[in-house]
Design a protein around this ligand. Structure first.
Ligand SMILES: [Fe+2]
Ligand SMILES: [Fe+2]
Length: 250
């Protein structure tokens, strides 16, 4: 994927954050719970990056009669980030702050709230376009993304520093961190598996170690069973199972 319309996603000030996230999202599954916290977070942040990029890319490329599916996908990308931050604020940060101090996660929350209003504005814009599809304008949608992409990517990078294993281990044992990881994993899995599993799998490179699920989930349930209910959406992901659209984002 390249071209002037995608330049916001290729700006050095954005890519420096993406590279930092990619460096934490290693291909090898970490052995220690304390290393898994930031590792899993980095992979989820790459889902945000890839899904936002593909939604932005297809904003002026979806087939004319497929706006409903494109807009559902675009909405999902924005809501995925909002939901991710809500789960962090309700189920992760308070637990960490109990031992690490109130200030330990305050920058993360401040960064969430700095772009929340504009993020909600993107959701509102897509929802209103779903009522009147003729009103959807790719340039308007992209301008709304342009306005917050740098602070979003900075946050997705900075947050990983606050979850470094050495910092966690100053306050928690490995078994305590294991419990925290399980709790945040469970809280993140609320919602429709038929929607969320294909969304995750199709927005990470094939054979990624994340999500750390058994082979039959990643190779059978995700791509085949859960794929079907919302299959019209998945052609807009970064890594579609089949290149259905002529303009592949890769
Ligand atoms: Fe996060
Ligand atoms: Fe966050």
């Amino acid at each position: 994927m390249s071209g002037p319309e995608i330049k916001t996603f290729e700006a050095p000030e954005v890519l420096k954050y993406v590279e930092k996230i990619q460096a934490v999202a290693t291909p090898v599954f970490p052995k220690l719970a304390s290393e898994k916290t930031g590792w899993a977070m980095a992979w989820i942040h790459l889902v945000v990056w890839n899904s936002w990029k593909s939604s932005y890319f297809y904003a002026d490329k979806f087939p004319k009669d497929d706006f409903q599916h494109y807009s559902e996908y675009a909405l999902l990308t924005a809501k995925f980030l909002i939901d991710h931050h809500e789960v962090e604020e309700s189920d992760l940060f308070p637990v960490l702050e109990k031992k690490m101090g109130a200030e330990s996660m305050s920058q993360n929350e401040a960064q969430h709230h700095a772009f929340l209003h504009q993020l909600e504005g993107i959701v509102e814009y897509i929802r209103s376009a779903q009522i009147s599809p003729a009103k959807f304008d790719a340039a308007t949608y992209r301008a709304k993304v342009d306005a917050i992409l740098v602070p979003i990517m900075q946050h997705l990078s900075d947050e990983l520093d606050t979850l470094e294993s050495s910092k966690l281990l100053e306050h928690f044992s490995e078994s305590e961190i294991d419990q925290i990881n399980k709790a945040i994993n469970k809280a993140s899995r609320q919602g429709d598996n038929h929607k969320m599993l294909p969304f995750l799998l199709r927005n990470l490179p094939p054979n990624s170690p994340f999500p750390p699920a058994p082979g039959f989930v990643k190779n059978l349930l995700g791509p085949w069973v859960f794929y079907w209910r919302y299959r019209a959406l998945w052609k807009y992901t970064m890594y579609p199972m089949k290149p259905i659209l002529s303009d592949s984002p890769q």
